[in-house]
Design a protein around this ligand. Sequence first.
Ligand SMILES: [Zn+2]
Length: 435
Amino acid sequence: MDVGALAMQHSHMRRGLSRAVWSLAALLLASCEEPPAGAPAGAVCGAASECASARCELLRCVTPCASAADCPAALPACATLAGELLCLPVGELRLTRALAPAPAAGAGADAGAGAGAGADAGAVAPVEVEVPSHASGLALLVRGGGADLAQLAEVTGPDGARVAAAGDDTTAVRYQPSPGASALVLPQSPELPLLPGRYLVRASAGAAGGSLEVRYLLGPPPASPRLHLHLHFVGLAGACWPTSEGTLDAARATQSVGFRALLDEARRVLGQVPIRIGDITYQDLAPDARWDPLLLTSGRTTPAFGALLSTGSAPDGDHALDVFFIKSFDPSAVAALSSSVPGPLDAHGTPSSGTVVALSPLCGGLTPKDLGRLLAHELAHLLGLFHNEEADGTQDTIADTPMGPQNLMYWSPTAIELTPGQRFVLLRNPTLDGR
Ligand SMILES: [Zn+2]
């Protein structure tokens, strides 16, 4: 039975009867009434016809409201969605849409787009994303099946203006496509708030197709979310590490005094936000010449870097980031490197999934505690923070971050300070575990 149609009939019938007659009819029906039609407000739904209210929004059966007092416990917020006040859920919510294989390169390609922008924004059908008024964070994650660029060809906001686009450096919001998976997380600063309303998202995951995951943080951000970690130890025999502790591997890392100092420092730095480091898994990866040392090109990622990050094997959607510990990079001046800002948190096994930390700086005078600070810096990148100041003097868009090396996100990090504006951004990443 089409429950939506049934509810509509009742509504028409109600309007056609006087109050007195309706009361009588209700009385007569009471003894032979059918069971309640459709799912109640708050139930998970895929279509309006499944709901008693005939409204399915954000995967829930919803009802109209004038204030939160009208709303059931399962839908505690009374917020605006698509121009209407509705009882809506709070917390984390994710919607996934399949992406068709990208059109063949060439036809209609935008020759004016910058490096890395392979898709013509007009060639990819847009996905409509409704952001309710009580959303505090939004993540758009493009996931492909291989090493092709996963990209947001264009995102336009409720006001019709371009929010971000692959290859467009002129927007206030910064976004970079990445191989295999890429993400845009909003807001990027307190000064660039997340506007409610309808966004149009044109995404492309390459020749094999893929998915667009829309992740909402609805209502206020969690007080102290957790970030889970998958730690990978990549053939570290002979690496810079205290000889008294033996070769650092998955088994020894759980017992090592030095490694505990490293993790404790990362915990202390992220604890300022506050973000807690939650569950940690430990895994060994066999030695491989491609990663010993890991070759970079002018400080940028290479196919070898992507191949290493692709070895992560955790299932997607677990609120975790992959961290790979290697002996050293080439050039050896690089101590740690992340795929992108932000990283595709929650997507594992892609060429962009995670961060790589070298142990070689321990032979140059740094301590495990120093490496813990570097790890926290990289994790903050993957969660959405840019450098407060780049080596060329470029600043982030967060108003209260100072220039200079006293901040955790300085391009050559030696301090641990995070400003209220930076903490504001980190806490609104919808892919952290808010439970
Ligand atoms: Zn950095």
